[in-house]
Design a protein around this ligand. Structure first.
Ligand SMILES: *[C@@H]1O[C@H](CO)[C@@H](O)[C@H](O)[C@H]1NC(C)=O
Ligand SMILES: *[C@@H]1O[C@H](CO)[C@@H](O)[C@H](O)[C@H]1NC(C)=O
Length: 248
């Protein structure tokens, strides 16, 4: 007991001193290392010594992905170590008019979402055999996306909206369906889709917009918007094993 307390106080002191001359990435790594070695709740509190270790600023840009359809900020154990061993994470998103959080899954978490303003369409599909579930939410309403379900949200209004979502795992993970599926070997994708050519698969694979993307045509029409150009950087990296035709 005494020995572990000693070790922990050394560890805590080291974290504290070195944190002054390192950047946020290094500090996060150090905190996580300390938390992993801390056997108890109280020991973990000693690792998270600074009150600021318990603060996450959703406006700082940390954890934020910003694209044509809006920005999404995810606080999880990788960027907010205080979540360690607490079993939850949070995502805040500002969606532009007609912005869409493209279909994705969280492999390790169920998500509950609260819409702060405006209106939103939200839908999900669970495992094989499950029906499609969807709702239109208005300000003050919420919905749930079961763990592992493929789900999406669309701002169906012509003003920006804000949503807040909690996930019941500190490391929920996100898997964007289109990017992941079209990141498989093109001949596998082609065979899965039926009789489409490899060229079509390639064309689709390289044209998938980054999340958050611009949403559905009927919203764009309603709001008098055009789709415009979108970045396409979230594609699955390719090597010889999943190379697109002609690039091997
Ligand atoms: C922070 O430190 C890490 C590890 O030393 C380094 O990889 C990263 O580039 C640094 N970031 C900044 C913003 O200096
Ligand atoms: C997200 O977008 C909104 C609206 O454009 C903006 O006010 C906010 O600062 C952005 N958040 C981040 C973290 O970039």
């Amino acid at each position: 007991m005494k020995f572990s307390t000693f070790v922990l106080s050394i560890l805590g002191a080291a974290t504290c001193v070195s944190a002054q001359n390192t950047n946020a990435t290094t500090k996060t790594a150090e905190l996580l290392e300390g938390l992993q070695k801390a056997p108890t709740r109280l020991a973990r509190l000693n690792v998270l010594k600074d009150n600021k270790d318990w603060l996450f600023d959703f406006t700082s840009g940390l954890g934020t992905t910003k694209n044509a359809g809006g920005n999404i900020t995810a606080a999880n154990v990788a960027n907010f170590p205080a979540l360690f061993a607490n079993g939850l994470a949070m995502t805040i998103a500002q969606m532009e008019p007609c912005g869409m959080n493209t279909p994705h899954t969280h492999p390790r978490a169920t998500e509950i979402l609260y819409l702060v303003n405006g209106e939103m369409e939200a839908g999900f599909i669970e495992e094989n055999g499950a029906r499609f579930v969807h709702n239109t939410l208005t300000k003050g309403q919420g919905t749930l996306f079961p763990q592992g379900s493929i789900h999406y949200q669309i701002n169906t209004g012509c003003d920006p909206v804000l949503f807040v979502a909690a996930l019941n795992d500190e490391d929920p993970g996100t898997s964007q369906i289109a990017q992941r599926f079209f990141g498989l070997p093109p001949d596998v994708t082609q065979a899965t889709l039926g009789d489409v050519g490899l060229q079509e698969v390639t064309k689709l694979a390289i044209g998938i917009p980054d999340n958050m993307a611009i949403g559905v045509d009927k919203c764009l029409k309603k709001c008098g918007l055009t789709r415009g150009s979108q970045t396409m950087k979230q594609q699955q990296p390719r090597d010889a094993d999943n190379a697109l035709p002609g690039t091997k």
